[in-house]
Design a protein around this ligand. Structure first.
Ligand code: CP
Length: 349
């Protein structure tokens, strides 16, 4: 099976085909004009080559992590230092539990409504960056991305999505930079492959990887075992981005056919839409799928290996892949710093 995904007939993000405009909301890369993304990638390359970052003394960046992080946290801290930004840093275990529902009687666990939390932080900083993973209980709730959208609506300052229920645009921007750095052709092939993992993981990275590659103009195949398709709305949006860029989007359950001739294998695990919120059903469904661990023979010719990290060795990919010449992992992680420095420059300028 290798169906080509048809784009939805309703334009979801017509911005992708428009000229670059001022950047005030970095929620989803595919919602930005492609020209804006290309300018950010170009600036990230200049910064990687040693260009001096702009300086913003007296201005402040807020970082709110409601979930763990290594790369996103460290790279934003370093980017802020390079731009002479003051930092306000908060983590999930240090803030009040947040309510997102409108009109609710707050007599449960949450002590603060996101409306106040977002607006208060917006009084302290010039740009606010938030990480808020999906709750993982109700698929419909998570598809609405309630926490991130509440911060976008109520912060009153530009908001950067540092990974939400639906998207990880900072990772996608860095990955686009890495593809350029390694001269992966714009019309090249990228296979986004599902990988086994002991837990059901969120969809933000695969969603953003798919849309990023489609927006760049690549021929993207989502390779997965039965039961692990990405959400139809994301596939339709990616197809629409591909239509605008001259790329192509398809899906496949045939590993051998999908991997033949591809330039990039981007591995990631994600949970089944059929088992959302049901850990026992998810475990049973994936129990026989442990061979979805990237091996050296998945990478044919000069194919490169990508993953956003963190990654479980010999679960998602074999040591020989991670430690071999095909791996772009560390460049991907380094490009988080350059891409986010470019992003902050653009938002604050
Ligand atoms: N790739 C990524 O976002 O890494 P962290 O979760 O460690 O920030």
């Amino acid at each position: 099976m290798n169906p080509t995904i048809q784009p939805s007939t309703t334009p979801l993000h017509p911005a992708a085909t428009q000229p670059a405009t001022a950047l005030r909301d970095f929620y989803h890369l595919g919602a930005l004009p492609t020209q804006t993304v290309q300018l950010l990638v170009q600036r990230a390359a200049e910064l990687r080559a040693g260009a001096a970052p702009h300086q913003f003394p007296g201005r402040a960046l807020g970082l709110l992590f409601l979930n763990p992080s290594l790369r996103t946290s460290a790279s934003f801290q370093r980017a802020a230092a390079r731009l002479q930004l003051e930092l306000v840093q908060l983590s999930g275990d240090g803030v009040w539990g947040l309510e997102t529902a409108t009109g609710t009687v707050m007599d449960g666990a949450a002590a603060e409504h996101v409306r106040e939390a977002a607006a208060v932080l917006g009084r302290y900083v010039d740009v606010l960056a938030v990480r808020a993973f999906p709750a993982g209980k109700s698929l419909n709730d998570d598809l609405r991305d309630p926490l991130m959208n509440a911060f976008r609506n109520h912060a009153g300052v530009p908001l950067i999505n540092m990974e939400s229920a639906r998207w990880h645009p900072c990772q996608a921007l860095a990955d686009w930079s890495t593809l350029e750095q390694h001269q992966i052709p714009t019309r090249g092939r990228l296979v986004l492959s599902w990988a086994w993992h002991p837990k059901a993981l969120p969809h933000a990275v695969p969603n953003s990887t798919l849309c990023m590659a489609a927006q760049r103009g690549m021929d993207v195949t989502v390779l997965h075992p039965p039961g692990y398709a990405l959400h139809p709305s994301v596939m339709a949006e990616a197809a629409q981005l591909a239509q605008a860029s001259g790329g192509r989007v398809s899906s496949s359950e045939d590993r051998e056919r999908a991997l033949a001739g591809t330039e990039v294998v981007y591995a990631k695990s994600w949970g089944s839409l059929d088992c959302w919120g049901d850990a026992a059903a998810e475990s049973a469904q994936r129990a026989h799928l442990r061979d979805w661990c990237v091996q050296p023979d998945w990478l044919q010719g000069s194919a490169r290996f990508m993953h956003c990290l963190p990654l479980r060795r010999n679960v998602v990919a074999a040591d020989a892949v991670l430690d071999g010449p095909a791996s772009l992992l560390l460049d991907q992680a380094e490009n988080r710093l350059h891409a986010q420095t470019a992003l902050l420059e653009e938002i604050l300028s």
